[in-house]
Write a protein that binds this ligand. Structure first.
Ligand SMILES: [Zn+2]
Ligand SMILES: [Zn+2]
Length: 647
């Protein structure tokens, strides 16, 4: 008699089965429908093959074609299918890794030349042929000796094999003629993979290490239904059209230049105007709410970051030190600052502080520099030169709740009321390894949660997800095509006030230690503007649009009247441009539309005479509204004042 194991099903029912029973058998005993829909199983936290004998007790969930775990199994299985097809067409191809990733999978191959789009087409059609044959995935535990023999022609696999710790089983999965060194799990058979597509191929270093060989990585996606696949491909197409690097170039917003270095953004006049308006908005908002603006040096003596603990801990993310002045001594070294916190702390510490001075809110839209690896940089979304809307609040522990409440109000004003973003708040609480007493943590976490509750905010708990020096609230939001973005963070900090021995005099006349909050609303202007470009697909709302109105005389005869209107708009602080080029009206209208100018103001003979203007709004086609100049101006001013999203 085999030993018995006890499985707890999601509905709470317990099932005792002999050890070695497969998840498939369990599914069949529950019902034929479930068995048919099953793709894999989850025993505790581990996802296992449907046909894998279960050897231990625990919660068991049969995974069907819904949910992220099942998709992950499908996608990884599809990576095997890809490798099988590549091996059939390119028998010489060496194989690397083939994991599932968000929305898809990839597989790395060692091949003599990069894959072309035609190669991908052939490989995809070969994948269909192999999938239709419908071979099962067969799992086999082998000895190391046996694995070495089977993968003798695959040095990358041999390297991986050597890393599997002694005592851990070495498993090989075979389907048809293709076998791979892999831990699994997989679908029961290739026939379950029907809705997939190869997306592109790109060079990738083996294990992401630029000193190792360059492999060719093929990316693909796989879904359980045709509709899901089609919807994803459409979303991808939409995302490609919205790529901020393409739109940034087409609209002349920014550039990144090789001569200067990767991750360093040049804000062109149009992009700079967007940044300027965002800064103005946040700085006005902060000033209305009792913040003070400060400006602090871009470089500081290195010892500041030793004291803050950023060195040597984060040394690899900082640019190397530079020498000080000739009279400062050889051991004095300077660093360009990677963050503003220590500088703001010095502003706090420059004065004797009393409990009446708190909260002290210091704000600075500041440039900091981080030595990110060049391979991780991406347009404006991941840069080395960061413009942060940074702020640090020094306060008494009893002020935490009200301060967080206020900060959440600013988040709501910017993300919710102004940009109408669907955003989420995650409350991350104390991790195992932490600084500061439980009492302090308890108080701070309760204050954060209380503030969230008072606001009526929906939030998720990220238990244990806080930094070791304090709990935090993370902000995430969705863009226009449903992608989730990581926004700014409101971070409590018990550590830095300690390290810098910050103090204030309490009402009891004794000295106390303040708490500190790091906060940003946009995060970095680079990333936020990159996000906005993709979110709006370059069609910025009027208040942010670099060029708000383009004035177009129909012929030279109206040039004088058009110029007068242009100057009138400019005097009212409207960003107007007069297009007096010697081109047809159609051509100039088309150009204004391509540049996503919110309003084209056409001045023909009739308008010149009557003091009116024919207004074409962005996104409504060729419809024109003839209105008085006063009405036009009033409409613009109202939209800007309200920071309206349309047009
Ligand atoms: Zn695998
Ligand atoms: Zn900070």
């Amino acid at each position: 008699m085999a030993e018995e194991i006890r499985l707890t099903l999601p509905d709470g029912a317990e099932k005792a089965v002999p050890a070695g029973t497969t998840a498939r058998a369990v599914a069949e005993s529950i019902g034929p429908r479930l068995a048919k829909a099953a793709v894999a199983a989850k025993l505790g936290a581990e996802i296992v093959d449907l046909d894998r004998p279960l050897e231990r007790s625990g919660p068991l969930e049969i995974l069907t074609e819904s949910g992220p775990d099942a998709l992950q199994v499908l996608r990884h299985s599809c990576a095997h299918l890809l490798a099988a097809a590549v091996r059939r067409l390119h028998p010489e191809a060496g194989i690397g890794f083939g994991p599932s990733i968000e929305d898809g999978f990839y597989y790395d191959f060692a091949v003599p030349r990069p894959f072309t789009p035609e190669d991908l087409e052939r490989i995809e059609s070969e994948m269909r042929t192999v999938a239709e044959a419908g071979d099962s995935f067969v799992r086999e535990e082998v000895t190391r000796e046996e694995a070495r023999r089977r993968f003798a022609g695959d040095p990358l696999k041999l390297e991986r094999l050597e890393e599997i710790p002694e005592g851990e089983p070495v498993t090989v999965y075979r389907c048809g003629a293709f076998e791979d060194l892999c831990r699994g799990p997989h679908l029961p058979a290739l026939g379950r993979i029907r809705h997939f597509k190869l997306l592109n191929a790109a060079g990738a270093y083996w294990r992401g290490d630029e000193r190792r060989q360059m492999l060719q990585r093929i990316y693909g996606t796989a879904w359980f239904s045709k509709q899901d696949l089609e919807a994803y491909v459409r979303r991808l197409e939409e995302a490609r059209k919205r790529d901020h690097r393409l739109i940034g170039k087409a609209l002349d917003l920014f550039s990144i230049q090789d001569d200067v270095g990767p991750g360093l953004v040049f804000w062109h006049p149009r992009g700079a105007m967007i940044q300027f308006q965002l800064r103005r908005f946040i700085e006005d908002t902060l000033l209305e709410r009792g913040n003070s603006l400060v400006y602090t040096p871009h470089i500081t003596r290195e010892q500041l970051f030793l004291r803050s603990g950023h060195l040597p801990m984060y040394a690899e993310n900082q640019f190397p030190p530079m020498a000080g002045g000739a009279d400062e001594g050889e051991d004095v070294r300077y660093r360009v600052k990677p963050m503003n916190c220590p500088a703001h702390i010095l502003v706090y510490a420059a004065q004797q502080r009393s409990y009446r001075d708190l909260p002290l809110r210091l704000s600075e839209v500041a440039n900091v520099y981080r030595n990110e690896r060049s391979g991780t940089l991406h347009g404006m979304l991941r840069v080395r030169g960061l413009t942060m809307d940074d702020g640090h609040i020094f306060l008494r522990p009893d002020q935490i709740e009200d301060e967080i409440f206020e900060l959440l109000d600013i988040v709501e004003l910017v993300m919710g009321k102004t940009f109408k973003l669907n955003y989420r708040l995650d409350l991350a609480t104390r991790p195992d390894k932490k600084l500061g007493g439980d009492e302090m943590w308890e108080h701070a976490e309760q204050a954060l949660e209380q503030a969230l509750k008072r606001r009526g905010a929906t939030y998720r708990m990220d238990a244990g997800g806080g930094a070791f020096y304090g709990p935090k609230i993370d902000i995430k939001f969705d863009d226009a095509i449903g992608r989730e973005w990581q926004g700014a963070t409101i971070q409590l900090d018990f550590q830095l006030p300690e390290r810098f021995q910050l103090e204030y005099t309490g009402s009891d006349n004794r000295t106390h230690r303040p708490v500190m909050i790091h906060r940003a609303i946009y995060g970095t202007l680079e990333r936020f503007v990159g996000f906005l470009i993709e979110h709006f697909a370059g069609a910025f709302p009027l208040w942010l649009a670099p060029e708000q109105v383009r004035v177009l005389p129909i012929t030279d005869a109206q040039l004088g009247a058009a110029r007068a209107l242009h100057l009138r708009l400019r005097a009212a602080a409207i960003r107007s441009h007069l297009d007096e080029r010697n081109e047809t009206l159609n051509y100039r209208v088309r150009d204004g539309e391509l540049m996503k100018v919110p309003y084209l103001a056409v001045v023909g003979g009739r308008e010149a005479e009557a003091g009116t203007v024919a207004v074409r709004s962005r996104g409504v086609g060729s419809k024109q509204d003839v209105m008085t100049q006063e009405a036009f101006l009033a409409m613009l001013e109202e939209s800007i004042r309200a920071r309206a999203l349309v047009p």
